[in-house]
Design a protein around this ligand. Structure first.
Ligand code: ATP
Ligand code: MG
Ligand code: MG
Length: 156
């Protein structure tokens, strides 16, 4: 069985279905762990390289410690959202479930790094996400399929 299953989570219904499928696969194994992880693209946060003297940012960040605080808040918020959906879907799953969030250059990069650093042996993710465009496969799913060496399951 799969010991460390990653569910990349973006709050879409597809990602929620992916969590449901992952729990169905791992739920009966107390040794299994399902990681529900949101990637916050660093572009969504203020850019620290623009914080030098003479630069204006919409965030008016005066010192690096407040930048740390913004990152911290963003991560905590994402973890709280993931924890909430985990609580709603836990049922009587016996496996371990963790909610996490990471900041990375892109969702694909963050997911690929997480796979490496947490010994992930299966990724279960939505076929689509929050994006409005219709199509076969979202760009994050496509990128993950191309970047990781472990099996990837996409869920509708
Ligand atoms: P696109 O983003 O290409 O416009 P989309 O939003 O419909 O299209 P994706 O972003 O590829 O599709 O989403 C597919 C799946 O990827 C989601 O269901 C989710 O599992 C995962 N995913 C997407 N964005 C993130 C993210 N920021 N953090 C974690 N997982 C994500
Ligand atoms: Mg998307
Ligand atoms: Mg996208």
């Amino acid at each position: 069985f799969f010991k460390n299953i990653l569910v990349p989570y973006d709050e879409s219904d597809h990602a929620k279905s992916a969590l449901h499928v992952a729990l169905g696969m791992a739920g009966q194994y107390p040794e299994a762990k399902v990681h529900v992880v949101t990637v916050i693209p660093s572009a969504a946060l203020p850019n620290p390289t623009l914080l030098g003297e003479g630069f204006e940012t919409p965030y008016a960040i005066a010192d690096p410690s407040s930048y740390e605080r913004i990152m911290d808040t963003a991560v905590k918020r994402a973890v709280a959202d993931a924890e909430e959906v985990v609580d709603q879907s836990r049922d009587d799953a016996q496996c371990k479930i963790v909610a996490d969030a990471v900041i990375a250059g892109s969702p694909v990069e963050g997911i690929a790094d997480y796979v490496e650093s947490h010994d992930i042996d299966l990724v279960v993710m939505g076929r689509r996400g929050l994006g409005a465009l219709r199509g076969m496969l979202g760009s994050v799913s496509f990128g993950v399929l191309r970047s990781v060496d472990v099996p990837v399951m996409t869920v509708r």
